[in-house]
Design a protein around this ligand. Structure first.
Ligand SMILES: Nc1ncnc2c1ncn2[C@@H]1O[C@H](COP(=O)(O)OP(=O)(O)OP(=O)(O)O)[C@@H](O)[C@H]1O
Ligand SMILES: [Mg+2]
Length: 291
């Protein structure tokens, strides 16, 4: 079934205005605790929807241990957006999976609206992930035996939404992401970029309070990537959802108000974008992204 998008799902025109270089936080602010930097700059933010403290993650045992996270503190407010950047292997995906409750850290805590994820049993954590978190995985992770539409409606129906409502909602999101006419295709009948957009529709359909996206535009050409990114950022802001997005691309990170760069499992730096430019995409210099 194909349902027309509602007025609030009108197609997006990517913005092309150049953006100023992201502003590093003042040098008087310590460079190791991103969340606190924002507080110390005096910018008032609403109470965080997610708070992480002292996250450590080690993989393996004995001589083959990898320290993927080495003391990460982070606060993320509703309707705020955070890009996570850094070299391959620095711990970005690990951080996202821990923040989303997919992975339990070796030590440290993650609070969702004040509730420690570790205090929830498996069932409650699954329910939380289904109702409050949307996740776009680095490799898409669509179910191959389901159509695009079914991939989007499945988590909604598992969460208790009727098939009819979930279908209308899913069709609207797929259309908005440029996939009208492809609702009945299976993932193997879609290009990598189309499959990634189905995964984005699936993450947004439940109007979660936090959307996690791991390189959401990695498989898309630049124009499609910009358009999809803007839909992702606008939808999160309009829904009051926080967006936490991993990317290697400074232009993609420009869609977010904040950018943290990671190095060897730690947050090395944080940049806060001026309010006037936060949430817009477009070309901008990347030489200010790191110092
Ligand atoms: N399941 C695992 N078992 C062992 N080591 C792992 C596992 N998952 C990740 N690692 C290691 O932890 C480190 C961080 O991995 P992670 O996937 O978080 O990096 P990343 O920053 O997302 O990298 P990329 O940009 O390549 O996706 C890497 O050294 C990786 O090899
Ligand atoms: Mg990764």
């Amino acid at each position: 079934m194909n349902t027309s998008p509602s007025a609030d799902t009108a197609p997006f025109s990517p913005q092309s205005a150049p953006l100023p270089v992201p502003q590093p936080v003042p040098s008087s602010v310590p460079q190791t605790h991103g969340a606190h930097q924002v507080a110390q700059t005096g910018i008032m933010r609403p109470s965080p929807v997610l708070s992480a403290r002292g996250l450590l993650q080690s993989y393996g045992t004995g001589g083959t241990t990898t320290r993927a996270l080495d003391g990460v503190d982070l606060d993320i407010a509703r309707a705020d957006s955070l890009a996570v950047m850094g070299p391959s292997g620095c711990g970005k995906t690990t951080l996202l999976h821990i923040l989303a409750g997919i992975l339990t850290p070796t030590s440290g805590t993650v609070l969702h609206e004040g509730t420690d994820l570790a205090s929830l049993g498996d069932r409650r954590r699954t329910r939380l992930r289904r109702s409050d978190f949307g996740f776009v995985f680095q490799d898409g992770q669509l179910l191959p035996e389901l159509t695009a539409l079914e991939n989007v409606i499945l988590p909604r129906m598992l969460g208790g939404t009727s098939r009819r409502a979930a279908t209308a909602e899913a069709a609207s999101w797929l259309d908005r992401l440029g996939l009208s006419g492809m609702h009945d295709r299976r993932p193997t009948q879609l290009s990598g970029g189309q499959a990634q957009r189905v995964a984005i529709a699936r993450a947004l359909a439940g109007r979660p309070s936090v959307v996690f996206a791991d390189e959401p535009t990695g498989a898309l050409d630049q124009a499609t990537g910009q358009s999809v990114l803007q839909i992702l950022a606008d939808s999160c802001r309009d829904n009051g959802a926080a967006l936490v997005m991993v990317t290697h691309d400074a232009q993609v990170a420009a869609a977010c108000r904040r950018t943290v760069t990671m190095q060897d499992g730690r947050i090395a730096q944080e940049f806060v974008r001026p309010a006037a430019t936060a949430g817009t995409t477009g070309s901008h210099r990347t030489d200010g992204a790191t110092r």
